[in-house]
Design a protein around this ligand. Structure first.
Ligand SMILES: Nc1ncnc2c1ncn2[C@@H]1O[C@H](COP(=O)(O)OP(=O)(O)OP(=O)(O)O)[C@@H](O)[C@H]1O
Ligand SMILES: [Mg+2]
Length: 259
């Protein structure tokens, strides 16, 4: 579904991505791991058009998306979440959901609110959809709450629900369980499996091997901007190159234990 071929990205002399390749099979949950600074987020930024790349090619559903700007890539069907999600704090949870959909139907977010007192059938459908998704992620009881009152974990969950508002079929999730407690992390894993069963393809960046082993069928490993390993979670976990890359950081094993 998403094919990344020998992609390069250079930041003023720093080779953040060095001929990185990977494939996300349609219908899969594919993992992307690697020590801090190995290029995972940069790859998301390049794949979604936030940054241009310096080499290589990316195709989505068999068509090149090289050189396309952010909004056009989103319109083709790719949505990403952020490692540190930011939501307008004064907007309510449900408003944040509607804004996420606004992007997809090509409206400027503000339009949704300008038309607020003149709610159309289309808006009603959108609100219903937002409520259904909030219910699915157990946030419906907070729908009218300003997003600023949510915990960090709830904001992570909200940003996943927002990604689902776009109706896009490929979701790139950047550390959806980082900074989230064990219960919430378990819930996030269930949600990933659930939405995958409902037809979403997922590429997920994670440090927590428990999450990777629990949900991913295939994993790619980056180190210092290069592919160093790939395979089933259990294969990758025991790969000496992967162990070596993580050596000294211990984060792959211990991050969750210290949370
Ligand atoms: N906009 C930027 N300008 C300059 N350097 C950048 C930029 N974005 C990322 N980098 C550098 O590129 C390298 C890869 O960073 P990236 O954020 O992709 O790593 P990561 O694998 O997502 O790490 P983490 O696990 O900490 O999130 C790092 O050395 C980082 O400092
Ligand atoms: Mg990152």
């Amino acid at each position: 579904m998403l094919e990344i071929r020998e992609v390069d990205k250079n930041f003023g002399g720093l080779q953040a991505l060095d001929k990185v390749s990977m494939e996300v099979r349609e219908g899969s949950i594919t993992g992307l791991i690697g020590p801090n600074g190995s290029g995972k987020t940069t790859l998301f930024n390049v794949a979604t058009g936030v940054y241009s790349k310096d080499g290589g090619s990316i195709s989505f559903r068999g068509e090149s998306i090289d050189g396309l700007p952010l909004h056009q890539i989103a319109r083709r069907g790719i949505t990403r979440t952020f490692q540190i999600p930011r939501v307008p704090k004064r907007m309510t949870v449900i408003e944040n959901m509607l804004v996420a959909a606004g992007r997809q139907i090509g409206e400027k977010p503000i339009d949704v609110f300008l038309r607020w007192n003149k709610i159309t059938e289309e808006d009603r459908a959108l609100i219903r959809r937002a409520e259904e998704l909030l219910e699915m992620v157990d946030l419906l009881h907070l729908a009218e709450e300003p997003a600023g009152n949510l915990t960090g974990a709830q904001i992570k969950i909200l940003s996943l629900a927002q990604a689902l508002m776009t109706n896009n079929d490929l979701l790139l999730l950047d550390e959806p369980t980082a900074g989230v407690d064990l219960d919430m992390s378990q819930r996030m894993m269930e949600l990933m499996v659930d939405i995958n069963k409902k037809g979403k393809t997922i590429l997920v960046v994670e440090h927590d091997m428990r999450v990777i082993s629990g949900v991913c069928e295939y994993v790619y490993v980056l180190d210092a901007g290069r592919n160093i390993a790939e395979g089933k979670p259990v294969e990758v976990q025991n790969d000496p190159r992967v162990i070596e890359a993580y050596l000294g950081t211990e984060e792959i094993k211990e991050e969750k234990a210290t949370n």
